[in-house]
Design a protein around this ligand. Structure first.
Ligand SMILES: [Zn+2]
Length: 166
């Protein structure tokens, strides 16, 4: 039986002075970094939560607790690989993912092509099935003051029936 399901994801990280901000596995700044136990990749964390939501799995905090020393500095690529495995084991494949990154600095546009290439590669989907948009917050709130970066994601998946129905 084929089922189509969607999931929504959100993440936010505080920005602090530092030597690199990772976004979709790509270093997009050399003057700030995200405060986090992992590498603080807000785009990856958000899209993972969307994918986990679509398959009614655990949320990212349950799957990758920030108290786990093994996850200190964990890269987005490593987390995505685990989530891909979980989706496949449950009989799901990704149809598409759409993400909105909200930040004042750095601007996303110069890195967009590289991020799309990197993330679609990590997800194992064609580049046209991963979409990324960059927005600013018009100087409003913590994100608008440059104190944080946030990302919203939606994922659509297809259950291809290769896993026993619950
Ligand atoms: Zn995060």
């Amino acid at each position: 039986m084929i089922k189509i399901r969607s999931g929504v994801g959100y993440d936010i990280h505080r920005l602090v002075p530092g030597d690199g901000l990772m976004l979709g596995g790509v270093k997009v700044s050399t003057v700030v970094r995200a405060e986090a136990h992992s590498d603080g990749d807000v785009l990856v964390h958000s899209l993972i939560d969307a994918l986990l939501g679509a398959v009614a799995g655990p949320d990212i905090g349950e799957l990758f607790p920030d108290t786990d020393p093994a996850l200190k500095g964990a890269s987005g690529a490593a987390l995505i690989a685990q989530v891909r495995g979980m989706l496949a084991a449950r009989g799901f494949e990704i149809i598409n993912v759409d993400c909105v990154v909200v930040t004042e600095e750095p601007r996303i546009a110069p890195f967009k092509a590289e991020i799309v290439r990197t993330v679609s590669g990590l997800l194992g989907i064609p580049a046209e099935d991963f979409n990324l948009k960059g927005k600013t917050k018009e100087k409003l709130d913590a994100v608008g003051r440059g104190e944080a970066i946030e990302c919203f994601s939606i994922a659509m998946v297809r259950y291809n029936g290769s896993f026993q129905d619950k």
